[in-house]
Design a protein. Structure first.
Length: 193
């Protein structure tokens, strides 16, 4: 085992967003495509976990190199079931986990996290922790042993994670509702200039 892989969680209902957020436009791409793009250069393989509207997600990822799709039949039970479904596919020594609605994480953030030798690495921007989270694969069995109703954050709190400060507001910017989408879009447009 060597290398790094990524797990993108894209199975949720997007209830608060009012529309399916993975397909919302961000420039000339979708939010999900932007999320994939951010980790492409640092990951040997990216696993996108779908559930709700999985056919639309499958369509988005179909032609992207080194991206694989897997279906979480238990997605209605919550995000942790998608975490568990995605990490079952991991073959590398380390892996990132990120929600698919976080399209603006900088490549430098992924690189900076990979430079840290720790079991769990979390980025922090101006004192606030965000995503992605980087794990060593020897933790997979422990995560899989947790109940489906668990929260990944609870697992992380039981371990000694290393936080690193990054100059990347993107680690905090996710799309939960229409207001978030507006904020993320405005930030993207400002940064893209």
């Amino acid at each position: 085992m060597s290398g790094v892989e990524g797990v993108i969680l894209a199975a949720g209902f997007s209830e608060r967003a009012g529309q399916f957020k993975m397909t919302l436009p961000m420039g000339d791409r979708t939010i999900l495509e932007m999320c994939i793009e951010g980790m492409t250069s640092v990951c040997d393989r990216i696993i996108v976990v779908g559930g709700y509207n999985y056919d639309k997600i499958k369509e988005i990822v179909a032609d992207i190199p080194n991206v694989e799709f897997c279906y979480n039949k238990n997605y209605a039970m919550g995000m942790f079931t998608s975490v568990k479904r995605g990490i079952r596919e991991i073959k590398a020594e380390r892996f990132f986990v990120i929600p698919g609605d976080q399209p603006l994480v900088q490549v430098e953030t992924y690189q900076k996290m990979l430079a840290v030798d720790a079991d769990i690495v979390i980025p922090r921007y101006k004192g606030k922790k965000g995503h992605p989270v980087l794990f060593r694969s020897h933790l997979i069995e422990e995560i899989l042993a947790m109940p489906d109703e668990a929260i990944l954050r609870d697992f992380i709190h039981q371990k000694s994670a290393v936080c690193i400060d990054v100059d990347d507001k993107g680690i905090l910017l996710d799309v939960d509702n229409p207001e978030d989408y507006k904020t993320v879009k405005e930030y993207f447009e400002k940064e893209a200039l």
